[in-house]
Design a binder for this molecule. Structure first.
Ligand SMILES: [Zn+2]
Length: 122
């Protein structure tokens, strides 16, 4: 007797997919990442990108040194993480992948100016 889930998939039994739809958490940015990044920032409270320029700034997020582009292995690789402030993280993301996977979210005016500057004369 087929249930709704198997009918939905044209007979292909993919019941789990129904209850486990891809979301932002599916890209790695779920509760696990939030907990991880909070602990990481506690251990590394300063923006490491600013530090390299001799500036002391409080970190607000964990940056992926190499863009993970959906690669979960690279996403969770500890050696690929550094503390960053929001401006550094946004600037880096804009340069590397044009949005850090936040394409659906409206960008802030600051991010927009940065993006236009990157795409334009620079
Ligand atoms: Zn910074």
């Amino acid at each position: 007797m087929p249930n709704k889930a198997t009918q939905f998939n044209n007979g292909i039994p993919k019941v789990q997919f129904i209850d486990n739809r891809p979301s932002s958490a599916g890209r790695g940015y779920g509760v696990r990442w939030q907990k991880y990044s909070r602990a990481f920032i506690k251990k590394h409270p300063l923006c490491e990108i600013c530090l390299k320029r001799g500036i002391t700034t409080a970190a607000r997020c964990v940056d992926h040194i190499r863009p993970h582009k959906g690669d979960m292995k690279l996403f969770w690789e500890k050696s690929n993480h550094q503390s960053a402030c929001i401006p550094c993280n946004s600037r880096k993301a804009a340069m590397e992948e044009g949005g850090f996977g936040y394409k659906k979210k409206p960008e802030t005016s600051g991010e927009r100016i940065l993006r236009l500057a990157m795409a334009g004369s620079m």
